[in-house]
Design a protein around this ligand. Structure first.
Ligand code: PGA
Length: 249
């Protein structure tokens, strides 16, 4: 089955280091039926455009400002990254929610700004370990989706991918069971059905992130209810990432 594999480089690599990384992926990704999206830091987006043009690889940013423009020193707008040929943007990553205090209201605004500028959105949702221990994980994630997608029209969902990332599984090597992922994917689809329609629920792509690597990618990505993966740490090693991204699942 064709899967969407998104690599999130976070704040790693320099633009020059990224050049050889990108060239390796563009070359080695030939022939895969999966869709591959690399999300490097902003400073690498021009290089991404140069190298990925005409290849099987798309690219995205890791964040945008919720505002279109203005006196916002240090911010980057959706229009700026779109102008560089960027196709995707990750919104609501737990690191932004936790370390940069982004709340669902800001995330909702960012999604609207991204969609208005023709960007595709990878919306990250996920619970803490405490929330899971309290058996509130599904309720919590459904509420995040409800708040984050407020005012987004059903036809715009074509450009939205939901990434379920349990916060405690990110970068920790901790694995979630396939059963837990399935339960969450069902909860996410139920929420989309409640907010929109059965058709929207069926069509929306739901991917998983949190310590996806060489040792578990086959098992996770073979799950037919998952449309793909968001890979952080393991995307930094180009050879591992190519294996994960190219595999026929
Ligand atoms: P990880 O990161 O693969 O290193 O757990 C995933 C993410 O933060 O998107």
């Amino acid at each position: 089955m064709k899967k969407l594999i998104v690599g999130n480089l976070k704040m790693n690599t320099t633009p020059s280091e990224f050049k050889s990384y990108a060239m390796t992926i563009a070359t080695k990704a030939k022939g895969t039926k999966n869709s591959i999206v690399i999300c490097p830091p902003y400073t690498h987006l021009s290089t991404a455009k140069e190298i990925f043009s005409g290849s099987k690889v798309s690219f995205g940013a890791q964040n945008i400002s919720e505002e279109e423009n203005g006196s916002l020193t240090g911010e980057i707008s959706a229009r700026m990254i779109k102008d560089l040929g960027t196709e995707y943007v990750i919104i609501g990553h737990s690191e932004r929610r936790q370390k940069f205090k982004e709340n669902d209201k800001t995330i909702n605004k960012k999604i609207k700004t991204a969609l208005a500028n023709g960007l595709k959105v990878v919306l990250c949702v996920g619970e803490t370990l405490q929330t899971r221990a309290n058996k509130q994980a599904c309720t919590f994630v459904r509420k995040q989706i409800d708040d984050d997608l407020k005012g987004i029209y059903e036809n715009e969902l074509e450009s939205v991918v939901i990434a379920y990332e349990p916060i405690w599984a990110i970068g920790s090597g901790k694995n979630v069971t396939a059963k837990d992922i399935q339960k969450m994917v069902e909860a996410i689809r139920k929420e989309v059905e409640y907010l929109y329609s059965p058709k929207a629920s069926k069509n929306i792509s739901v991917i998983y992130g949190g310590s996806v690597g060489l040792s578990n990618c086959k098992k996770l990505l073979s799950l037919e209810f998952l449309n793909g993966a968001l890979v952080g740490g393991a995307s930094l090693d180009v050879d591992s990432f190519v294996v994960i991204a190219k595999e026929n699942y």
